[in-house]
Design a binder for this molecule. Sequence first.
Ligand code: TTP
Ligand code: MG
Length: 447
Amino acid sequence: MSPIVNALPHGFCRDCLTVQGRDGPRCAECGSPRLARHEELADLAIAHIDCDAFYAAVEKRDRPELRDKPVIIGGGKRGVVSTACYVARIHGVKSAMPMFKALKLCPEAVVVKPDMAKYSRVGREVREAMLRLTPLVEPLSIDEAFLDLSGTERVHHAPPALVLARFARDVERDIGITVSVGLSYCKFLAKIASDMRKPRGFAVIGRAEAKTFLAAQPVGLIWGVGKAFAETLARDGVRSIGQLQTMERDDLLRRYGVMGARLFHLARGEDERRVDPRGDAKSVSAETTFDSDISAHDALAPILRALAEKVSRRLKGAGIAGRVVTLKLKTADFKSRTRARTLADPTRLADRIHAAAIDLLAKETDGTPFRLIGVGVSELVDGEDADPPDLVDEQAARRAVAEAAMDKVRAKFGNRAVETGITFGHGRAAPPPTGKPVHERVAASVP
Ligand code: TTP
Ligand code: MG
């Protein structure tokens, strides 16, 4: 039987990629139980791919003696778990958990300090492999992306489902980590699907089942419904997506504004967002949530510095820059404050992003306890148009030259070479003292 098929009537084997009949628990060719079967398998082309226990998987790959051990990535100054391998998760260890708690749950765990430069490298390799399948790859973070494989059958001589299974197999073989794949007809459901059978998962949500599937899910599964909004909905008696399906669009709009319209459509599995290789990026941002609330400016400033550096790194990596710097704060009682400043010229320099954000922060630190701080850069432009030499502020010009020099060092030796101990005169550059690991993300626009 040819491993490459043009049609996919019932299913295929995820190990040997051969076409399968409608029944039977195991592959007729190789005996594997890992079969992909779905009525709509040949018709779906939107995928979300997410690496399994990403940082931990990379460490296990590089240190085979850790393979069957519970491994936790984290520690360092912030003292929280970045991620835990699936063995450690059995004991209840999770991302963002304080390390002392994780070790209480799983005392035999091996703790490994994160090596961000290495994870970025591996993340890039996975991304490059995705780009060999389609140019329509929209990265969401270091280890996940949407792919649109519509119309690629002719190039690959195989339908998207099979191309994706082959991709997962090749990543295991060539890069040495595993991924999970979600396949559907839209981004919303593809993302949900990729999380359904982790690790080494392959889950499909078709058109015919979407509404019934969603009806049984909690509202928190909807993209954009965070903890606070889920609580608001719960107060209104709405807990399941099924309940949203029974509500009128106008009613939802009246109650929840723009978000109401989104709830209405997503609850029905209607999601028109395209997979956009530029990430549909309206902004690049980084934020962190603290373990305990912080109100002092001096405590917030270094955290902001580290976040500005993350955003800057991301902008430089993508070859873009932005004109508007936004400071985001969330108070202890979940109220969001955003303050923005438009710069004279677009920037991608950590120093300039930080300078603007710290000014904005000064007006907000009035004793209010905050649970989250973030900084973002928007009104994105090509990086070439950014950061003309500062003719007025000589100091700033010098710092810009210094930052460019350090970028070169970073490019050569990795981020760690110059990550800490650098000050540009806006607070210390030490990493955040507490709180969840900083999560870089490209904030996509609201549909
Ligand atoms: P995730 O994809 O959320 O998690 P994961 O890949 O470790 O595990 P899963 O199999 O559930 O996808 O995040 C990717 C990486 O980002 C993760 O390996 C470590 C890092 N990360 C943090 O540093 N802090 C966090 O709170 C989370 C959620 C992730
Ligand atoms: Mg992951």
